[in-house]
Design a protein around this ligand. Structure first.
Ligand code: NAD
Length: 481
């Protein structure tokens, strides 16, 4: 059997789903079917967990160097097939090629290489006699089988963010891609088949039913979810039943705080990507513009011109090489974005530009700006997850901080000013896991990407992510007799 047939990847082999389920995968830029894949059930999860538990017995005993070399080899093989991965991400995710390339090169490959190195650099307190006659040492041990649950907006990138640290720390993995975007994960599993021991990386396809089975499976020691707030809460509740380690990387709703001295041309150019990258389906997307009243009109004029110049279309269609923005991932997601806009307009908001579904095939939505919104409106309070920014004005630093922090989410934010005092004070006050100053969007493998408040807990990337897939053990040896 191969992954060309509907199959999971378990114990180093392609296996048919136990109940024969399948799912048709759609290209969101055209609405056309592009593949038929396996649709799993809880019994497939049982099978994958068994394999991962068996593989854990040997994998946990490998040295950091051995795991590092295995991940390096995996990263090298991924790199040698990166063009295929880029195509898959563009086809299945409706991503412009430049974006798919960025994600594969800067996050998938670099992330795997980073964790290959980090595997050899776990930190800890020095071994010493902290009590007379007794030597204490600290071991960091892998947790066991980890479940990794991936969303549809960055299918390969977030799969790599699970594979790298989980395996580097000596755990084994059961990975579940999003049901709509499994193609790049299938390719990653195909690559793993040739270089990782059987059972170390397993792939089970399916929807929330499969995810829920993972969340409550007693054989899984930890679960890492990147997804919506609703899924995060559901997983945390289920996982609590057997006290799994839980890592939640959930939705954002990023404010962009623009003071009167902000460098407007830089800001506008940054929002081109910050707001509209991946059609706004980005947990860190610059969605809530909070602009000082003195520069509000100037900002709105420039932001509108930029928004109206965004080139969108089917990234893979002939002659569409300059497309910056693709479609939304599904018709449901497009309807959701449209609902927020209609609802805001009904409540008195103004569509400055865009605000409509694009006629024709695919799930396109116009790049959109909405202003005259109130802080309590759903379009401000919820993560819309579309090519859209709302704009509000503020008069004082205090008001800006209040508006910025006045949502449930706390993933990322940015501050725009040339005054170092304002930049430092405001970034200290913002209750978000990442704060950029005069920048918005870049992340690096070395630093954590984490949420505050309802954006979750735990870390993606960085050595803090590696540590969270380990437990500490204190060993004290008495040697005075
Ligand atoms: P989603 O929550 O609908 O699905 C995410 C994954 O969870 C999918 O694999 C899905 O099948 C699975 N799932 C759904 N219900 C489940 C359940 N009850 N139990 C277990 N698993 C379940 O999210 P999505 O729509 O695929 O992705 C978009 C969301 O992800 C947005 O909120 C976005 O902000 C968030 N996100 C966060 C980050 C981050 O790093 N914080 C990064 C990317 C995306």
């Amino acid at each position: 059997m191969s992954h060309q047939q509907p199959a999971h990847f378990i114990d180093g082999e392609w296996v048919a789903p136990l109940d024969g389920g399948t799912r048709t995968i759609i290209n969101p830029a055209t609405g056309e079917a592009i593949a038929v894949v396996a649709e799993g059930s809880p019994s497939d999860v049982d099978r994958a967990v068994d394999a991962a538990q068996r593989a854990f017995r040997a994998w946990r005993k490998t040295t950091p160097r051995e795991r590092s070399l295995a991940l390096e080899e995996f990263a090298a093989r991924v790199e040698s097939r990166k063009e295929e991965l880029i195509q898959q991400e563009a086809l299945n995710g409706g991503k412009p090629l430049f974006g798919a390339r960025w994600e594969i090169e800067d996050f998938v490959i670099d992330g795997l290489k980073f964790f290959a190195g980090a595997a050899r650099h776990l930190d800890g307190i020095a071994s010493a006699d902290y009590q007379a006659g007794r030597t204490s040492s600290l071991r960091r041990e892998p947790l066991g089988v980890i479940a990794g649950i991936v969303p549809w907006n960055y299918p390969a990138e977030i799969a790599a963010w699970k594979i790298g640290p989980v395996l580097a720390a000596g755990n084994t993995l059961v990975l579940k891609p999003s049901e709509g975007t499994p193609l790049s994960a299938l390719l990653l599993a195909e690559i793993a088949a040739d270089c990782l021991p059987p059972g170390v990386l397993n792939l089970v396809l399916g929807d929330g039913v499969v995810g829920a089975a993972m969340a409550e499976h007693p054989g899984i020691a930890g679960i890492s979810v990147t997804g919506s707030e609703r899924t995060g809460v559901a997983v945390a509740e289920r996982a609590a039943r057997n006290l799994k380690h839980v890592d939640l990387e959930l939705g954002g709703n990023a404010p962009v705080v623009v003071f009167s001295d902000a460098e407007l041309p830089l800001l506008i150019e940054t929002l081109r990507m910050g707001t509209f990258y991946n059609a706004g389906q980005d947990c860190t997307a610059a969605t809530r513009l909070l602009v000082h009243a003195s520069v509000y009109d100037k900002f709105l004029t420039a932001a509108t011109a930029m928004t109206e110049s965004i080139v969108y279309g089917d990234p893979l269609a002939e002659g569409n090489g300059d497309v910056e923005m693709g479609p939304l991932a599904t018709e449901v997601q497009r309807e959701r974005v449209d609902y927020f806009v209609r609802n805001a307009v009904a409540a008195g908001s103004r569509v400055v530009t865009g605000g409509r579904k694009v006629d024709g095939p695919g799930y396109f939505y116009q790049p959109t700006i909405v202003d005259k919104v109130r802080q309590e409106d759903p379009i401000v309070q919820e993560e819309v997850f579309g090519p859209l920014m709302t704009v509000q004005s503020f008069e004082s630093e205090e008001e800006a901080i209040m508006l910025a922090n006045g949502v449930r989410q706390g993933l990322s934010a940015s501050v725009w000013t040339q005054n170092v005092g304002v930049a430092t004070r405001v970034s200290n006050e913002l209750d978000f896991g990442t704060v950029w100053v005069n920048e918005h969007l870049p992340l690096v493998s070395e630093l954590p990407h984490s949420g505050h408040k309802m954006s979750g807990y735990g870390h993606s990337m960085s050595r803090y992510n590696l540590e969270q897939y380990t437990s500490t053990k204190h060993i004290m040896v008495r040697h005075d007799r």
